[in-house]
Structures are given as C-alpha cells and as structure tokens.
Design a binder for this molecule. Sequence first.
Ligand code: URA
Length: 235
Amino acid sequence: MKLVRHLANLGYGSRRQVTAMLHDGRVTRADGTPLYPEDPVGHDEIRIDDQPLDPPSGLVLMLHKPVGYTCSTRDTGRLIYELLPSRFAARKPMLSTVGRLDRETSGLLLLTDDGQLLHRIISPKSHLPKVYEAELAADLQGHEAGLFASGTLVLETETTPLAPAGLEVLAPRRVRLTVTEGRYHQVRRMFAAAGNHVITLHRQKIGGLELGNLPAGQWRVLQASEPAEIFGSSC
Ligand code: URA
C-alpha cells in the first residue's frame, strides 16, 4: 500500500496532513533517513517523529474499562475511546468494541479492527464463557445457583430461556458468574429475576483470556498468540 494511504488509514492524519508530515521530514526510516511518498518501505521500518508506528490492521486491544464510560463512539458523557490515542478513532478499518459493557460495568473489554475475529467472539454459536464478579444489594437466598443453572430462566420482556450459567458464591453478597451469552444487561437482569440487585459488576475473563493486573483505564495491544487464548482449552 502507498505510504500516504497507509499512514492515513492508521489515523495519523488526512492524506493531505500525512503528505505535509512527509514534506516536513517527520516520517523516516529507523535510521532517520527521511521518507518520500513513493518510497517502498515496510510498516515496521517506518518512524514518525522517531516513534514506531501503531500496529497495522489485525489489531486487538484489551482495555480495562472503568465504571462511568460508555462503549460507543457517540453518546453524552465519557466514551471509552477517550481512553485510547485519538488517532485510533480515525483508523481504517475501524476499531470496534467486541460486544459491550454497560456504563456502570468495569473490566475486560476487547477492541479490534478484525471483523472475523469480532464475529467469532460475539457469535451466539461460539458459546464463549464470560466471567463476571458482582456485588449484590442483598444476601443470596440460596436458590440462585439452581435457577441460573436450570436453562429455564426467562428474562422479563424475553421469550427464550437463558442458557445455563454457573454461579460461584464468594461471600453472602459477592458472586462469580459465568455466562455463555451476551444478552442486554444480562447479569443485572438475572439477579433482578432472582429478587436481588447488582451494585457493582466487573468482567474478569472472556474465554481463556483474563484481564490480569491491567489497571483501570489502561489498555494494551494483545500479543499475536493471545487471541487464540480466547478460544483455548482453558476456557
Ligand atoms: N451483564 C450486564 O448486566 N452488564 C454488562 O455490562 C455485561 C453483562
């Protein structure tokens, strides 16, 4: 791909702005040699202001979404895209969230420009387990694990029962819940159906991929081997 288009697709500016950056000598090879628009050069060899480029398309990011941010490109209030470099919003192909977390939910959120990977993760057919920790307003009553595991629970306004979900009780008001679907506000609605209320909700894991100790509000690029962990045998 031509240099100007490549850099514009990575969000470094419009084609005109990128051309101006080349003209100003800001785009170089690793050894500092200025690049010209027609130069044949590999992605990894390019520097802008001495910095290596962001990864090319096929990018997968892990974000520790904090409470109070919305998974949307347009909304009132704070958006998760504000936590990423602003040029990421201008990338082509677009960087999309892999599913969503509610504004008041924290934890593991993936973003990618790989449409096939996104589809594989969110497809209901993938049955990928998603692990959440929740703090509840009231003590558990004892019927919740059976209700969630039954495969018969139908959420309000829905007609199809939820797939069985696994509940681990950590404390009278603290649970770990594993679900294999991604219905709207699913975890909160499951506890509402059980006569309780979720106060805090945090996603720890998608398939075999864990958030780990990434601090809230921080993000990192997944290593090439990590997307496979999502679908790995450990999930
Ligand atoms: N379930 C919810 O209720 N909210 C989320 O953000 C994710 C799962």
